[in-house]
Write a protein of this length. Structure first.
Length: 614
């Protein structure tokens, strides 16, 4: 009983300091952490029958710099909800392993999953045999038929069956289908039941994973991995870690059409959404999957609709699995320095397709003393920095939509950039549209904006098809900037920001025919003179530029902020062919540039200034 009191006293200290050096749990002791982040600078020792309960979005973070030294037969318990019924997969990665006196991380198996009955009590999930295809919510039963992992594989046949064994090393992801039915138990008292329908809650119980966790990667091979910790993972930091370049800096997330209630592979509709971080401090860009249908051997048959999902991926919540399509052979290592104190529901993290809001959690709560202890800095600006980009939708034969994203990143080159440009892993689609970059197909491309650039698209057509191009969304990009599709077949420009371009394309592969452009050079003489006076911001060099190829006579220039205040001005500019004005002292935001000709004609343009190149 004295050991329990000691642990309870420790909780009271934790609420004040939120940081302790090491944790030792005596036999039968417990700690209950509610809506808090527990930080241990070193290891945790969970003696037999002891328990560490993480509840109401609580997380456990450790400061170990290399290998885990966690040990003990006791268990950490943390909840996570899936987002599928018994017919669809979620991709998972466990935050815990088998509890034992062995030091370090251990393997996981679904036998360690449980059904919560109260905030602390639980019952083990039943392991349903291969012949039972549907999992059940009450009692919680998991069909072992659908538990697989994918390790450094180059084709569909290399999925490895795991079943109910402890065959998952720390950092190895696994597939698992959800359950049928509902479970009305509300163990945490938050109003969220164990399963309101197609959202099964699982209680992960075992030794908490900690320290460096390394996965092996092979060039052009796929590995299912995920967040291996009982805390959020800063996915951008993991992908952009200089020691993890083999990942290509991109993560892929499985999405599946929940309207298809079948266990037959040939009936599946699914695909991989793509996430590019763009930068450690940026929110990144996510492009949803284009749902494909499959043959019985798992190969792509033909395509269906886009999932149209918009999901925040910067911080991966507990249990989230994802695929790495490696660009080189090597390894990638998850580190405690990639862990972040960000609670699920804070706005920049979602497990799969749903975002469970906790009314007691505010985004400001992510600031924590433990962050300082782990020498990590995070502030409101880092959490909310958007990427400037637009989405390009192409409806193909009125059957499905391929979505691409073109991002404007000052650091981007015209070649392939690590952590920015995202390779297309659905290359077997019969009719498709992608970016064409250095001989490869990409679903996300980053460029340093220049109004004269032409961005090539690869259009692949197996049988004659219609392609309808349009822009459904523009984020943090100059709303007044024209955007066109140029069709080299008839030398025409088509405004896809305010309209669409529908074209029928004959079979073939087209690498130079279609391009995204920002200037229409086919305009009439009078309009062309005006349009050729081009104003744009070179964010890489913090310079606002204007091109005046017709040598219009300019009497003044003014730059306004969005409140109408003049922040830059020049007079008597003459008729130079080019102008340049330093914007290095200006803050992040949208401005209005105004040039006034000697004929009193105003030439205006909104410009987006980030100055992130400095």
């Amino acid at each position: 009983m004295r050991a329990i009191k000691k642990i309870v006293l420790l909780v009271l200290v934790l609420i004040t300091t939120k940081s302790i050096s090491q944790i030792y749990f005596s036999p039968n002791a417990y700690m209950y952490v509610k809506n808090e982040v527990l930080y241990a600078k070193q290891n945790v020792n969970l003696a037999v029958n002891s328990n560490l309960y993480l509840r109401n979005n609580s997380q456990f973070v450790q400061g170990t710099t290399t290998t885990s030294t966690n040990t003990g037969l006791g268990k950490l318990s943390v909840f996570q909800e899936g987002t599928t019924d018994s017919y669809e997969y979620n991709y998972w990665c466990s935050p815990v392993g088998n509890p034992s006196s062995t030091i370090g991380n251990e393997s996981f198996g679904i036998k360690l999953l449980n059904r919560p009955t109260t905030s602390t009590a639980t019952t083990p999930a039943a392991m349903l045999p291969w012949g039972t295809q549907n999992g059940t919510a009450v009692p919680l039963g998991i069909s072992t038929r659908w538990i697989y992992k994918l390790v450094n594989a180059d084709n569909y046949s290399q999925w490895i069956y795991v079943g109910e064994t402890n065959g998952l090393a720390a950092g190895e992801g696994f597939t698992m289908k959800g359950t049928a039915g509902t479970d009305a138990l509300n163990p945490e008292g938050t109003g969220v039941t164990n399963n309101p329908g197609a959202a099964q809650r699982y209680d992960f119980r075992g030794k908490p994973n900690d320290g460096n966790i390394t996965i092996t990667l092979g060039a052009s091979n796929s590995t299912l991995t995920g967040n291996p910790y009982p805390s959020a993972l800063h996915l951008n930091a993991f992908l952009l870690d200089p020691s993890n370049t083999a990942t290509g800096g991109v993560a892929y997330f499985w999405e599946q059409d929940k309207t298809v209630n079948s266990h037959f592979v040939a009936a599946y509709k699914g695909g991989y959404g793509t996430f590019s971080p763009m930068g450690v401090g940026l929110n990144g860009v996510y492009v949803p999957a284009t749902f494909n249908t499959y043959n019985g051997d798992g190969s792509v048959n033909h395509t269906g609709v886009s999932s149209n999902l918009a999901i925040q991926r910067k911080y991966s919540p507990i249990g989230q699995g994802f695929v790495i399509f490696a660009t080189a052979s090597g390894t990638a290592t998850f580190k405690n320095s990639h862990r972040v104190l960000y609670k699920e529901g804070g706005g920049l993290t979602q497990f799969a397709k749903i975002n469970i809001k906790d009314p007691d959690v505010k985004e400001k709560d992510i600031k924590d003393t433990a962050k300082k202890e782990s020498n990590k800095k995070e502030n409101d600006e880092e959490e909310t920095t958007p990427v400037s980009f637009f989405r390009l939708n192409t409806i193909i034969d009125n059957q499905f939509t391929r979505q691409l994203a073109l991002a404007f990143v000052p650091e981007a080159t015209d070649g392939i950039d690590y952590g920015i440009d995202a390779h297309n892993i659905d290359g077997s689609l019969p009719n498709d549209v992608t970016f064409w970059l250095e001989g490869g197909s990409y679903t996300i491309q980053g460029v340093n904006f220049d109004v004269t650039k032409k961005i090539p698209l690869k259009v692949k057509v197996t049988t004659e098809a219609t392609f309808k191009f349009y822009i459904p969304e523009i984020i943090s990009f100059d709303a007044s900037q024209p955007i066109f599709i140029y069709d080299d077949l008839d030398k025409t420009y088509h405004d896809i920001k305010n309209g669409s371009y529908l074209v029928t394309v004959a079979p073939g592969t087209y690498l130079e025919r279609f391009k995204i452009t920002f200037t229409n050079t086919s305009l009439g003489t009078s309009d062309n003179v005006k349009k050729q006076f081009v104003i744009y911001e070179d964010n890489l060099n913090s310079v606002l530029k204007a091109s005046n190829p017709n040598n219009l006579s300019i009497q003044s220039f003014k730059l306004y902020d969005m409140l109408g205040k003049v922040v830059l001005s020049k007079k008597a500019l003459g008729n130079d062919s080019d102008y340049a004005f330093s914007t290095s002292g200006l803050t992040y935001g949208i401005y209005i540039a105004e040039f006034l000709t000697t004929d009193n004609e105003k030439l205006t343009q909104k410009v987006f200034i980030s100055n992130s190149g400095k």
